[in-house]
Design a protein around this ligand. Structure first.
Ligand SMILES: Cc1cc2nc3c(=O)[nH]c(=O)nc-3n(C[C@H](O)[C@H](O)[C@H](O)COP(=O)(O)OP(=O)(O)OC[C@H]3O[C@@H](n4cnc5c(N)ncnc54)[C@H](O)[C@@H]3O)c2cc1C
Length: 481
């Protein structure tokens, strides 16, 4: 049963906190705020809560990537002794329907949670009107012709981000962002992906599995440039093995439409002009924070390259105004970072204890085939910070569970401090890396050392044992390699 969302706009109500934006950062802040007993209003301009993450980001992409995983298993069914599958065919309409059903289910779940926590969900476009007057902020909410004013003692900006476009280009049915590519009515025969961050790499991996000819064009010298160099190098090798045309150091000069598709001209790493043609092009060159039209200029809020500067409690330079999620400067644009920031902001507002976000304790996950999960410092970063570094590396080839799953690609790499054995960074490339990284984050939060972890029992046979072997490898004592 779909529960109606509470709509409360009584002019005399003064909320403890008004949150502008109902993505993961905003809705998490709303729920936690209500749990603290705060009176919360959540302002969302879209018909559906969930933001980029639920509607056109994390969830729909991972739904499709799971289809790709199943598809891949079916292609290799005979190797697992399963006969009679024949030549599987892809019913793309059903694939999209399943993805959409997953999104809808969770949008309904959010509506339920808003009602459960008595959060006033106000539909419309929210804008700060300026600093607080006598301790009360006013947020103007425009819903079509109707304009209302929401009063609140604190405001949280959680307006999120949108895909950056290359100059002069506009998204359409052939030049795609994350929004259009998630609604394609068929798998493209060929796809050029501009930008090899997590978003570009995931779509490249996904459509390659479904049979598209995929070309990646990345301006920087390596793919997934925020990851450890060894991860970038190995995933490049594995993508190339899968038939993906990976071009790094590639400067896109021009994107044009042809009669049937698109043509992308670029200068390659050797300075040579190159041209690639494809049915579609995905532009995945980063995300711009939506800070442009929310009244920031009427306040003391400081911006850094369009993103909002905040303190450890997520508060901006304007007292009582907080910012969380993709609009925040200096933090990675990830759903789990936004939701934690939301919980921190309302803890501060409610006068509760909180721990500020530590950048080196944030898991980063890329759901490619194989996956990447990482946290903490890369080997290079640790050396640059002056640590004497000791590295342990263990290949999944030595892990029995990886053999059972039929996937030996990748490795676990531990970056540790030689002096005390503290774990500074963990970098996993391989099957289920996005799940395995959770152990590493917990270990680093608790300042675990290599010596302690070498004596921490990991169940057998599990992929997690690869971490145990990698801790051992720091001291040259992996058992299975
Ligand atoms: C293809 C793709 C895949 C991704 N996959 C992952 C992943 O696997 N894991 C991960 O952690 N991150 C992933 N991300 C990033 C993740 O989606 C974002 O980090 C996350 O959505 C940011 O949350 P947010 O709440 O700050 O903003 P958003 O999710 O963008 O939500 C902002 C909300 O604010 C609303 N809004 C904006 N302005 C106003 C206004 N003035 N008034 C009212 N409402 C307003 C918007 O309608 C929107 O609902 C992915 C992103 C993309 C594009």
């Amino acid at each position: 049963m779909e529960l109606p969302v509470v709509e409360e706009t009584a002019a005399e109500t003064i909320y403890d906190v008004a949150i502008i934006g109902g993505g993961p950062a905003g809705y998490t802040a709303a729920i936690r705020g209500a749990q603290y007993g705060l009176k919360v209003a959540l302002i969302e301009m879209n018909d559906r809560l969930g933001g980029t993450c639920l509607l056109v980001g994390c969830i729909p992409t991972k739904a499709l990537l799971f289809n790709a995983e199943i598809w891949d298993h079916l292609q290799h069914a005979a190797e697992f002794g399963i006969q009679g599958i024949g030549a599987p065919t892809l019913d793309w309409t059903t694939v999209l329907q399943r993805k959409d059903a997953i999104v809808t289910k969770h949008v309904k779940g959010l509506d339920f949670l808003m009602k459960k926590h008595k959060i006033a969900v106000i539909r419309g476009y929210g804008r700060l009107t300026g600093p607080a007057q006598a301790g009360v902020h006013a947020v103007e909410v425009a819903n079509g012709e109707a304009i209302s004013n929401i009063q609140a003692k604190n405001v949280i900006l959680a307006t999120g981000s949108e895909a950056k476009m290359l100059p002069g280009l506009k998204a359409d049915d052939r030049i795609l962002t994350n929004i259009e590519i998630l609604a394609l009515n068929e798998v493209p025969k060929s796809l050029i992906v501009i930008g090899a961050g997590a978003v570009g790499m995931e779509f490249a991996s996904l459509f390659r599995t479904f049979g598209s000819e995929v070309t990646i064009l990345e301006f920087l010298p390596r793919v997934v440039p925020v990851e450890d160099e060894e991860v970038s190098k190995e995933i490049t090798r594995l993508f190339k093995k899968r038939g993906i045309d990976v071009n790094t150091g590639a400067k896109v000069e021009k994107v044009e439409k042809t009669e049937t598709g698109v043509r992308v001209s670029f200068t390659d790493a050797n300075g040579k002009s190159q041209v690639k043609e494809a049915e579609k092009v995905l532009v995945a060159v980063g995300r711009a924070g939506l800070t442009g039209n929310v009244g920031v200029e009427k306040t003391k809020i400081e911006l850094e390259r369009g993103l909002v500067k905040v303190d450890a409690a997520q508060e901006t330079a304007e007292p009582g105004v907080f910012a969380v999620g993709d609009i925040v400067a200096g933090l990675p644009q990830l759903a789990h970072v936004g939701s934690m920031a939301g919980m921190i902001a309302v803890a501060k507002i409610a006068g509760r204890k909180f721990r500020p976000i530590r950048r080196d304790r944030i898991p980063g996950c890329t759901y490619t085939e194989p996956q990447i999960g990482s946290a903490g410092l890369t080997e290079t970063q640790a050396k640059e910070k002056g640590y004497e570094v000791k590295v342990g590396k263990f290949p999944f080839a030595g892990n029995a569970k990886a053999t059972i799953l039929g996937n030996h690609d990748g490795f676990v790499k531990i970056v540790s401090d030689a002096k005390y054995g503290e774990i500074l960074g963990v970098h996993i490339l391989g099957v289920q890396a996005t799940e395995l990284i959770a152990e590493a984050v917990a270990v680093m939060e608790l300042e675990g050392t290599v010596d302690e972890l070498m004596f921490t029992i990991h169940a057998h046979p599990t992929l997690a044992e690869s971490l145990l072997d990698a801790y051992g490898a720091v001291n040259g004592m992996a058992i299975n390699a």
